[in-house]
Design a binder for this molecule. Sequence first.
Ligand code: ADP
Ligand code: ZN
Length: 739
Amino acid sequence: MARIAKVVVEIAVDKEFDYLIPERLQADIKVGSQVVVPFGRSEARGYVVGLADSSDRADLKEIRDRVGKKALVEQNILDLARWMADYYVAPVERAVRTVLPSAVRKKGAGYKERLMVLPTEMATDEMAVEKLRQKAAKQAASLDVLLSGKQMFLHHLAKAAGTTAGTIRSLEQKGFVQIGRSPVRRDPLDNQSVLRTEPLELMSQQADALKLIQTSIDTGQPPVVLLYGVTGSGKTEVYLQAIQHALSKGKGAIVLVPEISLTPQTLERFRGRFGEGVAVLHSSLGEGERHDEWHRVHEGKAQIVIGARSALFAPVKNLGLIVVDEEHEPSYKQEEAPRYNARDVAVMRGHMDKCAVVLGSATPSVESFHNAGRGKYGIARLPHRVDHRKMPVMHIVDMRIEAEREGRVNVFSRDLVEAIRKRLERSEQIILFLNRRGYATSLVCPKCGYVAQCDQCSVAMTYHRQTEELVCHICAARRKVPSRCPNAECRDPAFRFAGFGTQRVEAVIAKVFPHAKVQRMDSDTTTRKGSHRIILGDFRTGKIDILVGTQMIAKGLHFPNVTLVGVLFADMSLHMPDFRAGERTFQLLTQVAGRAGRGEVTGEVIVQTFTPFHPAVQAARRLDYEGFYAQEIEFRRELSYPPFSHLVCLTLKGMSEERVSFSGEAFLKELQPRLPKSVVVAGPAPAPLARAKGEYRYQIILRAPSTRSISDPLRALLRDFRWPEGVTCAVDVDAVSLM
Ligand code: ADP
Ligand code: ZN
């Protein structure tokens, strides 16, 4: 029996520590167990990430205790976490934390405190409650709190009512409430009844795709299938039937969707087919919901998990299939350590767990399409929309000509105004897309050219009209709009707003189409839980004519009555200082266009741009992914960008610019001799976002044919290198954002 446990402690230390397993805990300590260990002069919580018979060290301390009965992380997930820590050059304990959902990890969210309080019939007996109110006000008040919802956790209720568990226990003794250990599950779908659906008869290309995936599930070949299907081609139906196949073999499945496209609509499709067998995991669930869903999976009550990025680590038993929908989405990349890409880790989990992986997209990432091209992945194509409905027609409006004619830059071109008018007359719906919230993108003094900038970040502040504030979209700092130019030498009162955001679009529509019902959907209007669902519900039922929104509305939504999509400013993503700018623009335009004409009427897309001849815009207009890819891959090959190289981005941050730039030079000086010749180095140089939240940012970008050739020497140096005080270094392997 193993005597030594390798423990990763919750305090951020990039190390595994060896501890002795005391005799009394021998039977209970497993890999994945949560434990309390002596640490420094106090104690710490940690996880057992490995067991061993011996240790290099002699002076080992003993594990003090174990928390909870069950191991929370299975060996396979821990192996995956270790791989992530290694590949992404991140602390092991950060990786282990990542694979454990916080609701489970948190103190007090375990099984033993799952005491749920439910009101009994007596709680609605007014006479009885009145009596209680006179004799025990505290108890009555607690009861009121409870009755404002359906049920509550004991500790939540006590906290909300400002009392102790004892008060609630008294309520139980008097018969007003019941306290149960096995409470009703908190269902992310609110126990809505969902219509059961049956598998559809597949179109022939869907059937071919399904066959390829089934073969992958059954034989392991090909290990990864790229499902390249235009929007509305029935990819989801293929996923559903592939999952069905996995279930029939006694296997489970994980479906990853980008956070923003995890709409109730998406969920309903899976619930409709598989009912209670589906668990949902994503960050906007309540803590309780997440806890319950996670445990339903852990206990094997749900075999299918659908969720955002971190759902990949769900403890699905006997995993047969992982689906990564919209695999090209940048949001699969986590922007804090470990900076992993869930799509790539999914491929790794598939490899380690010997399960099939399906990557689905209408606009596959250049990396994945390249992998399919060279035979590493299998590929299935769905080139047509279901029932051969027509793809939308895309018109490009040259805003340079428009601006010249009008003498200024309007929010809407004439063509777009006309097109909107037509749709409103026919009671059809419209989506307008602009990836920028707020009213104006900056506040500019026309006299001296002063631009209102954030004090802490190197960006202009956005004007939000509802609150009459300037807001920094990087650090969320707010300030009142100044009444005159803050430049002491100027002080001109004629401030002007430049650029436009979704609020301004909303305001212009109200002027031009006073009778249209407009709703804005961006992160300003959807802060409240459930507001997404309400807005989309209103749009579906026709209470809204025009939906204006940011990228939140670009994906996955399916509204048959939308016949016009307007892209107000397509150039925004083109001008990102990033080699993927063209790819992003192509993807975005294609995705947005996919929202038009999902019903009987052929959809129209109007794209306003100042660079109408950019290849990405033109390829999107022709709906020509492969044409775009052919051009893009040549560009990448010539410049040795991914997929022809791996890219590691180091971002150094600190309040003192001098220290940041100096330590960047010093670090690189030590790193460079350790790197093989094949590594191309750029920097250190100020990052495109040169300053954020007060910190200066410098980047070093490394490229090489293999990640290892960079990450091995990098990891070794990071272990020894002493950063000057106040300077930190973030490592991003296979970086997606280069800001
Ligand atoms: P995608 O995921 O590729 O965007 P969906 O799976 O959402 O496409 O399919 C678009 C629509 O077509 C959905 O309403 C879906 O129910 C329907 N559909 C998919 N496959 C079939 C089929 N074989 N027969 C009839 N309708 C289908
Ligand atoms: Zn700021």
